[in-house]
Design a protein around this ligand. Structure first.
Ligand code: NDP
Length: 395
């Protein structure tokens, strides 16, 4: 029996709200609050049971505190944007309520993301006796749990390399559209890459490294590019105890996507510094976001599959071993179930599972946690139960 407050009413939140509403045996009360209340009401109208909706500015801590005090949730699920993370953590600290998010903090004026700002809350969450669970989406999120699972199952005596591999083999019916928040997506993709090697993080130029990977489930060979992704920051130290030498993150992009991105970058539309236009300051990337399709509306037109997983290489009993664990998710099946495409689905389902495990005390601990720090077994079981079944292949 748990009460969950979900903040943000975009694509990912829509899925998490549907899934929490389905799990009525756990989530007896749901409140959905966001900057634009009409978006909360539109999601609420899709559900078979009533939920409460509210307007909230998640950058306004007193407003958040008042809402939390009034609704009295067991857990706050932050599915707004990374810019709001610290404000929502502050409100959770003030009210003594568990906190979960799906993306690490980013300062709005700098395309730079790392865990240091949120890890700095460790002592305060410990002292308050509450949990902050960071990065509870698919990647980060499930990918961290997959790594913890490989360790727990003793699949390796030593681990040499980790490659996190994310493919979206889909057509969304638009010449150019991002599958999650366009501003966050473009900031992530146009930033320098980075990977872990021999105890250090090494920076690369954007899209400097690529390779072709043959994806399962009929997806076939796709070109993927090395990106910096936040889970490497916590997974590299976690897997170091198993001997990890190298960890990289790869994502597929179509030539069409990259061509659009290149042109937008060349003309300055991806800039995040203010530009004067007709007497007003505008941020070009925020203006571009306003022009691009809202990812929450892509459900009906997106066809194809996502395939996200971890490829781990190392040794077991003196022999080389390769382990590939992944999930395949079909965009149209997601749409039929929760009226969203698979990128939102693969993020919203783990967010709901994290909220469920923390709210019910299955995952318990005072402090700030990354996903691999908890027992992966209950999470793995719930992935199968709630729509994200996983497959393991050994070589
Ligand atoms: P959307 O842009 O679709 O939704 C964001 C929502 O947050 C919008 O409803 C927006 O309100 C709301 N919001 C923004 N600012 C505020 C504020 N100050 N106060 C209250 N609400 C606010 O994003 P997505 O659903 O695509 O992504 C949600 C999060 O999930 C992001 O942090 C993203 O990085 C993360 N993500 C994580 C993934 C993972 O695997 N870990 C994968 C994909 C996404 P409004 O509607 O008024 O604009």
């Amino acid at each position: 029996m748990a009460r969950v407050l979900i903040i943000g009413a975009g694509g990912v939140s829509g899925v998490a709200v549907h899934k929490c509403a389905q799990a009525s045996e756990v989530f007896t009360d749901i409140c959905l609050a966001s900057r634009t209340k009409s978006k909360c009401d539109a999601i609420a109208a899709q559900l078979k049971r009533p939920i409460r909706t509210e307007q909230v500015d998640a950058d306004n801590v007193p407003q958040l505190v008042a809402l939390i005090r009034d609704f009295q949730p067991d857990v706050v699920l932050n599915l707004a944007l990374p810019y709001q993370d610290l404000h929502i953590m502050d409100a959770c600290l003030e009210t003594g309520v568990h906190y979960i998010d799906a993306a690490n903090y980013e300062p709005p004026d700098e395309a730079h993301f790392e865990y240091s700002w949120q890890w700095a809350y460790q002592d305060r969450f410990k002292a308050k006796g509450i949990t902050a669970l960071l990065g509870c989406g698919f990647d980060p999120g499930v990918t961290n749990v997959f790594c913890a699972w490989a360790v727990k199952q003793n699949y390796f005596d030593t681990i040499d390399t980790l490659d996190i591999i994310d493919a979206n083999a889909a057509d969304n019916g638009h010449p150019f559209a991002t599958n999650f928040n366009p501003e966050i997506n473009i900031r992530e993709v146009s930033a320098n890459g980075k990977y872990y090697k021999d105890g250090q993080f090494i920076e690369t130029k954007p899209m400097e490294f690529s390779q072709v990977f043959d994806f399962p489930a009929g997806i076939g060979p796709k070109k993927m590019y090395l990106l910096w992704h936040e889970e490497l920051e916590s997974l590299a130290p976690f897997l170091k105890k198993k001997g990890l030498k190298e960890a990289r993150f790869w994502m597929t992009f179509s030539d069409n996507y990259l061509k659009h991105l290149e042109v937008l970058e060349n003309v300055g539309m991806t800039r995040i510094d203010p530009v004067m236009y007709q007497g007003h300051e505008i941020i070009p990337l925020q203006f571009l976001k306003a022009l691009l399709p809202d990812p929450a509306t892509l459900g009906p037109t997106t066809v194809g599959k996502t395939c996200i997983g971890c490829l781990i290489r190392g040794k077991k009993d003196g022999k080389d071993r390769q382990y590939y664990i992944y999930n395949v998710c079909d965009h149209q099946k997601c749409y039929q179930e929760v009226q969203s495409q698979a990128v939102s689905y693969t993020t919203g389902v783990p967010a709901m599972i994290g909220a469920m495990l923390v709210a019910t005390g299955v995952w318990k601990g005072a402090g700030v946690y990354n996903m691999e720090q908890f027992d992966p077994a209950p999470f793995m079981e719930k992935l199968n139960q709630y729509g994200l079944p996983w497959v393991e292949e050994f070589k």
